[in-house]
Design a protein around this ligand. Structure first.
Ligand SMILES: [Zn+2]
Ligand SMILES: [Zn+2]
Length: 403
């Protein structure tokens, strides 16, 4: 059995209204149990992690979800309400300030998509030191916690998608996967998997460790001081409080754009590459999330630097990587070969892809070989990545430099 939540089961769950989440969750837990038997990840003891990482278990002495609720919940959403219901409509602050807000928000967005996601989590390309520093600073603008923390959550999401061990499982409902997972204690199975997921590469990375060590200092500069000085220079009448509100509004909007990937792109859209997973192709999400809405492709081939089949189709993050590849800062870009792509579309796709061969014999497909014998992969360097897939993966902008 490839996936316990097959189409028929999903349809019946939808008909059952409020029972939908419960049913999928039960199925998901069964899937998790099946996976447990096959699990062979070497546990990384908590005391093996660098001290810089451990201090983020309780930011400012608060439980993580409590800190999230105060900073990301009450303060940020309160600021957004004040901005959109008072400052802008009543002309207290120039509505044109939305333009620098979007531009600065984009810097943080690319820090997440290119830096945290494609570079550090999935290792889809290599970057020289200046680019690593640049991506680290951009990632800090987004205030989605240090790189190691984001990547650890995301690797667990890929390994245990839609089970109780998925930090933002879409099986637990739209709002849970979108934002409320941050405001409640983690499920014990998430805690368990966070302890064993392999992040040894991040623990060795000097830039990741430096960022964790000086996170709040760097954050203060790039999240508050620089943009607030910039906004004050552009709009001299702005008070300190109004400026603060604008920064948190910029932050809140970019957060929701990022979260669309976890909620909307796990619920609505085609599944041309793998019909048995919840992640879907969603162009609207790609528009808001700087190119990360091609989520069926991404969960099927998480080691591809484009996170999509078509590099430039609503995918500014890919253009950004190409620019840095052209000047030599990014190199060894991993991408899926045409053969692997077509083969997969025909074996597991939902038939929506133009390359899908409707006359192909699907009764005897053996795609389940990876899912049935091991956990899904989180990206390049994960030992669950199929060896045959590694061999036929293509590398662009090859370099002999060590990354
Ligand atoms: Zn990913
Ligand atoms: Zn996902």
């Amino acid at each position: 059995m490839k996936h316990v939540c097959g189409d028929t089961h999903l349809v019946s769950c939808e008909l059952n209204g409020v029972l939908q989440g419960k049913h999928i969750l039960e199925g998901s837990n069964l899937l998790l149990k099946m996976r447990k038997d096959k699990e062979d990840i070497k546990p990384v003891a908590a005391n093996e992690l660098p001290p810089e990482f451990k201090k983020f278990d309780k930011p400012f002495g608060l439980e993580q979800h409590v800190f999230n609720s105060i900073f990301g919940g009450y303060i940020t959403h309160g600021c957004m309400l004040l901005c959109f219901l008072y400052l802008y409509p009543f002309g207290i602050v120039s509505p044109w300030s939305i333009i620098p807000s979007i531009m600065y928000g984009y810097i943080g967005g690319l820090g997440i998509t290119v830096g945290c996601h494609r570079y550090w989590t999935h290792k889809t390309f290599k970057a020289n030191r200046p680019m690593q520093v640049l991506l680290m600073l951009m990632q800090t603008v987004s205030m989605q916690y240090p790189i190691f923390k984001w990547c650890r959550d995301h690797r667990v999401h890929h390994k245990y998608t839609d089970t109780n061990a998925d930090p933002h499982s879409a099986a637990r409902g739209f709002w849970f996967s979108h934002i409320t997972w941050l405001f409640q204690p983690k499920h014990p199975e998430v805690e368990e998997k966070l302890k064993i997921i392999d992040i040894s590469d991040l623990a060795r990375d000097p830039i990741v460790r430096f960022q964790s060590k000086y996170y709040w200092e760097i954050f203060s500069v790039v999240f508050y001081i620089i943009p607030m000085l910039l906004f004050k220079w552009m709009y001299p009448d702005l008070t300190l409080f109004q400026n603060f509100i604008l920064q948190h509004t910029r932050y809140g909007v970019s957060l929701h754009f990022t979260f669309l990937v976890n909620s909307v792109a796990h619920m609505w859209g085609d599944k041309p590459y793998d019909k048995d997973i919840t992640s879907s192709e969603n162009s609207l999400v790609s528009l808001f999330a700087v190119g990360e809405g091609w989520h069926n492709y991404h969960h099927t081939f998480p080691w591809d630097y484009k996170t999509a089949e078509f590099g430039y189709k609503i995918n500014f993050s890919t253009m950004f990587i190409h620019f840095f590849a052209m000047i030599g800062w990014a190199y060894d870009l991993k991408t899926v070969s045409h053969k692997l792509l077509v083969d997969r579309i025909n074996r597991t796709g939902d038939g929506s892809h133009p390359l899908f061969n409707h006359n192909h014999d699907h009764t005897n497909n053996n795609d389940s070989k990876q899912s049935e014998t091991s956990l899904p992969t989180w990206g390049w360097g994960d030992k669950n990545l199929n060896k045959e897939d590694v061999v036929i993966t293509e590398t662009l902008y090859k370099s002999k430099r060590r990354g």
